[in-house]
Design a protein around this ligand. Sequence first.
Ligand SMILES: CC(C)(COP(=O)(O)OP(=O)(O)OC[C@H]1O[C@@H](n2cnc3c(N)ncnc32)[C@H](O)[C@@H]1OP(=O)(O)O)[C@@H](O)C(=O)NCCC(=O)NCCS
Length: 168
Amino acid sequence: MKMMLKISQIANKDLRAGHQIYNYYIINSFSNFEEKKVSYNNFMIKCNNIKKKKLPYLIAKIENKVVGLAYLDNFREKSGYRFAFENTIYVHNDYLNKGIGFKLLKQLITLSKNNKEIKKIVAVISSIESVGSIKVHKKLGFKNCGKLKKIGFKKGKWIDTILMQKDL
Ligand SMILES: CC(C)(COP(=O)(O)OP(=O)(O)OC[C@H]1O[C@@H](n2cnc3c(N)ncnc32)[C@H](O)[C@@H]1OP(=O)(O)O)[C@@H](O)C(=O)NCCC(=O)NCCS
């Protein structure tokens, strides 16, 4: 049976499920350099801040179940970076490799193009188990810009990050 995927701006009722997906990857992967789960309150505050800044925060659903999230936030706070944004994308682990990440990122880029303040999108990708993420970003026009060597430390491992950038 074909899955009906729906992508929309996040609503408050989707936050709990989004929070669970986010924390799953903190605990079970190297894709997020947090080492402890983030609280629901902090997750919600961050989401509200992104919405206040009128940046896209998307959720993907299949039959009303949240199966992924993607958003932009400032790349860095210093004002000279004001046209640069970092993207975040997570797909529920039961729904990987079904095209959801690609569709979320594609929609994020489409919405970003409507906002003249967004001129650069940067992906900061952990070097561990990153084949899927690199592929999705590359397919959508992100270019590899280099690597920060052993910049992160998690679960007793030093981890590189790969930087990819898309100019809008
Ligand atoms: C990275 C991620 C967002 C990609 O989303 P996804 O829905 O799993 O990927 P898609 O199904 O859209 O795949 C797009 C392409 O990447 C490929 N791909 C996806 N995961 C892959 C993997 N683990 N290994 C190899 N190729 C992979 C797909 O085959 C597809 O290629 P194709 O179009 O040539 O067939 C998702 O796997 C994820 O959330 N991973 C864990 C967290 C993470 O790494 N987030 C990114 C942080 S920067």
